[in-house]
Design a protein around this ligand. Sequence first.
Ligand SMILES: *Cc1c(COP(=O)(O)O)cnc(C)c1O
Length: 441
Amino acid sequence: MKYYSTNKSTVPATLCEAVVRGLAPDRGLYMPEKIKSLPKDFFERIQDLSFKEIAFEVADAFFGEDIAAEELRNIVYDTLSFDCPVVHVNGNIWSLELFHGPTLAFKDVGARFMARMLGHFIKSDKRASGRADRCVNVLVATSGDTGSAVANGFLGVDGIHVYVLYPKGKVSKIQECQFTTLGRNITAVEIDGTFDDCQALVKDAFADEELNKQMKLTSANSINVARFLPQAFYYFNAYARMKEHGLADNLVVCVPSGNFGNITAGLFAKRMGLPVKRFIAANNANDVFLEYLHTGEYTPRPSIQTIANAMDVGAPSNFARILDLYRHSHADISADICGAAYSDAQIREAMAECYHNNGYILDPHGACGWRALTENLQSGETGVFLETAHPAKFNDTVEQAIGASLTIPPRLAAFMHGKKQSVPMTNAFADFKQYLIKKVE
Ligand SMILES: *Cc1c(COP(=O)(O)O)cnc(C)c1O
């Protein structure tokens, strides 16, 4: 299957090209040229299928033309080494818990899938070229969460080395442990500078001809189709599990959104036939999408810092994909999605209320989702919100809001016990380039 760019000024790419490039050469986002509807009987028997079985059928609709069934099944099954269950919270509200993976956030699904798909392409490339020498180097700049999901997703995958660039002293202790203690094929590069400096170094590296001749570089950012599309898997699973409870009619799905990749994967699922009545995009104070729904005007602007910081995005990249999916029709977009936005005070209020009334602990992102369902659900509807991260990842904020202490899950605590290993680096590109070149020599 071919992938076209939302900017439509470049030739469509193969799956492999789209995955290796991430962003299209015209700076648009890749879109699959077909979104296949899944057959009626799939939805009739979906409640009898496991999460992995469901995910394989969804993956096959996108990637089946490019990757042999057995290999694709291995990639999907290996990616989903953890469950994404739905859990009852209160009334007609359920939580789709996406934090049971290695770094306790939903980004694990996309990162693990992309790592395995890239590993697959490297293997086939080696077979085709007869060259076993070339390692693919993934460069990723992080302000915290992306680095850990990508590093853990790629950990131990053959033929790939990951460099995580992060700003020294500007990520939380837990976040830092999640990518500096891994070793093996993961190198943490600690930049004496800001997150913007890290991003600039990665951009400069991709643009540097000499460097690209010496080593094969790729990015793993969240707009990559191999990270973005697998997020559709768990929407189908949520539907299946709600159907088991006899609650799948009139399903409303609420997605805490920042860059809008997660919700866009849900919209793809709906386009494939998943019977979701409507979606709610829940935002923090960064509310450009809500404004678009209300006015039809999209005005990106600098992000505002909030306690739901993974949603601090003022210019959501995947908005381009939503526009393309709905042929730029504001009416059609508004028919499928409604919005909500909450201040930090309202997010704290939601965490406290949900904990005291229902005994369920929300993280600040999921709290936006829960609150939006509480305020928007109509009678006869069942709501599922995506609980995008484990509350313990935001320990201080959550404990303060609910007035109780959290138990840190063992797999999160385990990161804290590892030995930190990082390469100190200035924010000058010349230094970073020299370091990379020395590594391949
Ligand atoms: C990345 C992230 C989000 C936002 O997801 P998008 O796909 O960028 O909309 C929400 N919650 C958490 C915990 C995240 O890490």
